[in-house]
Design a protein around this ligand. Structure first.
Ligand SMILES: [Zn+2]
Length: 449
């Protein structure tokens, strides 16, 4: 009998997912709550979690004796799990080290860094789709994975190597049907990019009518769209072609006042992606960032060494490094202006590790956005961009219990988002000691009573 019960418990723990612990009932008491929706932080709150959902949120004084595990949240800060809505999942520092194992390690690095949702904005389908399926089946320790699979572009245009290439809507419609049927994109990514992207020669651009037709076709299948753009001109065209979001801020030059007004009026969400441009000069000028605890946990010693030597030497000689160093502050100011006018920015890195999202938050702070607002940008706004705000991105009853408990006030200093007490995904507190981290086994941050 006892043996049977143990077997049943083992089966339940498998059913409940990656960290080996069954999702249970929790009450986080006397905590300062940052709900992700932009409401002022509320002190002395209780949040209860049953199974994979948040069941109640209220002042501790009004909440009757909660059942399940009680966590004393005094002096701590509870917020939604972070979302990185622009990544391209790969493992290790180059193609040679990109394997399913290293991709799994990269996924673990997100959970370790407090990121509970990612959107992969373009990948080889065979690299990302099996991992999305494994995550949804609770078979791997991973943030929630949303992805496009292949992106869509015009032959020879930006991203053509990982794209379904479309030239003529009527003739190529079956390619889109196949992409939808086989890859089931959570949101489809297109590219609209031509000459002047960095120092590249002119490359072909998707014609406007084709862009409209593809966007409409995906929307008619219930699928949202996002578009890679880097200039104000193409961003505006993408918006009026009907896109649901933009995959980057304007990077190529300062935005005009009318573009700021457009973004504030339309509220088309866009991904911040400052980290991708900044990472080149950062590695050249400050390679020691790789010794920070999050990076040491998330990258193998060999990869950190390769980054500090071979990759750094490459970056030192690349024009791209100087170009991006010059343009990142321009992109920062563009983001700040659109945000200040009421536009919707969501945190995304265009990178492939959890620490990169934490870096994105630092850069948004450097752009002049207050830490409190960055927390909304990195949670609720990501959910809005993905069309998932009904289930993700905020601390409210009925939402998935994807939560981050912090030991220090993130509204006082964005660095405090790294002071993680625990990470919860789908009602389960992550056991860091069981994550397959590239930097080796980590200590569990929190042991439930
Ligand atoms: Zn990208």
């Amino acid at each position: 009998m006892k043996r049977l019960a143990l077997l049943a418990a083992a089966a339940a723990s498998l059913a409940f997912g990656a960290n080996g612990a069954r999702a249970e009932t929790w009450a986080i008491e006397h905590v300062t709550l940052i709900d992700g929706l932009g409401h002022a932080p509320q002190s002395d709150m209780t949040v209860t979690v049953e199974g994979d959902k948040i069941t109640a949120v209220g002042p501790s004084v009004l909440m009757k004796a909660p059942k399940g595990h009680v966590i004393d949240g005094r002096g701590k800060y509870l917020m939604p799990g972070l979302m990185d809505v622009h990544i391209h999942l790969h493992g290790g520092v180059d193609n040679a080290t990109d394997t399913n194992e290293t991709r799994t390690q990269a996924l673990a690095s997100y959970l370790y860094s407090g990121v509970t949702t990612i959107y992969d904005a373009g990948n080889q389908p065979e690299n990302i789709l099996p991992l999305r399926a494994a995550e949804r089946a609770g078979k791997i320790a991973s943030p929630r994975i949303f992805c496009t699979g292949n992106l869509i572009t015009y032959p020879g245009s930006h991203g053509t190597g990982m794209a379904v290439n479309v030239q003529d809507f009527e003739k190529d419609k079956d390619k889109l049907d196949k992409q939808i049927a086989e890859q089931q994109p959570d949101m489809i990514k297109l590219t609209l990019e031509e000459e002047g992207w960095g120092a590249r020669p002119m490359i072909p651009l998707m014609p406007d009518q084709l862009l409209r037709d593809v966007i409409r076709y995906y929307n008619l299948h219930g699928i949202r769209t996002t578009i890679h753009v880097s200039s104000e001109l193409r961003a505006e065209e993408a918006i009026f072609a009907g896109t649901d979001s933009l995959a980057h801020p304007v990077i190529q030059g300062p935005v005009s006042d009318s573009f700021v007004k457009l973004m504030a009026a339309k509220k088309t969400p866009f991904m911040s992606t400052l980290t991708i441009g900044e990472n080149y000069s950062r590695l050249v000028e400050h390679p020691e960032f790789l010794d920070q605890p999050l990076y040491a946990a998330s990258f193998s010693p060999a990869d950190r060494q390769t980054l500090k030597t071979k990759v750094r030497a490459e970056y030192q000689t690349r024009l791209w490094t100087s170009w991006m160093k010059l343009m990142t502050p321009v992109a920062m100011e563009n983001i700040r202006k659109v945000w200040a006018a009421g536009g919707v920015v969501a945190a995304g890195t265009d990178q492939s590790s959890g620490p990169a999202l934490q870096r994105e938050l630092e850069l948004l702070a450097q752009a002049g956005i207050k830490p409190f607002d960055i927390l909304t940008i990195a949670t609720h706004n990501g959910a809005v961009l993905l069309g998932k705000a009904d289930t993700l991105g905020s601390v409210e009853p009925g939402k998935f219990a994807d939560l981050l408990l912090l030991n220090a006030d993130p509204t006082a200093d964005i660095e405090n988002v790294k002071k993680i007490a625990w990470v919860m995904k789908a009602g389960e507190i992550v056991d860091e000691s069981k994550l397959p981290m590239a930097g080796g086994q980590q200590k569990r941050r929190f042991t439930p009573q």
